[in-house]
Design a protein around this ligand. Sequence first.
Ligand code: ZN
Length: 318
Amino acid sequence: MLNFDYSKYGRRMVVAGGLFAALWAAAGCGPADNPDSTQPADKTRVTVVCTTTMIADLARQIAGDNAEVLGIMRPGEDPHIYEVRPRDAQTINRADLVLANGLHLEATLGEVIEHHKGKARVVYLAQDERITPLESQATKGAPDPHCWFNVQYFRVYAQRTTDALAQTDPAHAEAYRTRGRAYMDQLDALDTWVREQLATVPRDRRVMVTSHDAFHYFGKAYDIDVYAIIGISTEQQPRPRDVETLTALVKDRNVRALFIETSVSKTLNDLVRRIADQSGAKIGGTLYSDSLGDAGSPAPTYLDMLRHNTTTIVDALR
Ligand SMILES: [Zn+2]
């Protein structure tokens, strides 16, 4: 197991001080456009603030009506380059419990959360001894934060969310534990289903190429080789050499399809299309990687996201 120093990779640490001052100052004034955070505090229930859309969905599944769940990121937003809005500090300020991914997925927002640690319980769901972080392919030594794509790891997120809710709001602990167990059963069934689906693709065709490196946990858990144009963060610039290498690999391994992603830039997705054109492969469809879709999309929940991605991948490669 790799022992990561989780504090080492927060490269924006230096700007954090000034940023907080501005954010906290701004939090008390100006129009906040998130209707959730402008409602008067609901003192009859505990407030759970979540960073990504996957974590907000998870918290809602387990909290039910017993706790108020507020999500910071909106569907389609990229956590790696998420720019903290003034109202985020306002939202975080209301939290009794903050649920974040950790492993530096949240970048700047992570610094705002760290600042709030003394006031609320803060849980970094991916930072758990039951989760073995993979090392990023591109940034050697940095942990890969995309642990939710191993469904058994997301089960750890669910267990920890259940525990954190029960500890924060002991009066409703039994309700959280009941919902937590039911949701973890759904995750177990999903994990089995994903495995069965991937097993229908012949091993030599189990190769997927995407825009950014979000799918290594998926690849390791479900036995599919994963390649991407850029490393773990969407913030990096694609290098021409990497594009050439990938184009050669797609031809070499006779890769049937490449995939675009909903939460990354058009430039990156265009590069995927170009590699497909140059290599004769097709575009296999659109995957949800670092964000759920909105209510009308194929992936409004985590369970939907995994089902949609799996079906898309299997249909394109089989
Ligand atoms: Zn990512």
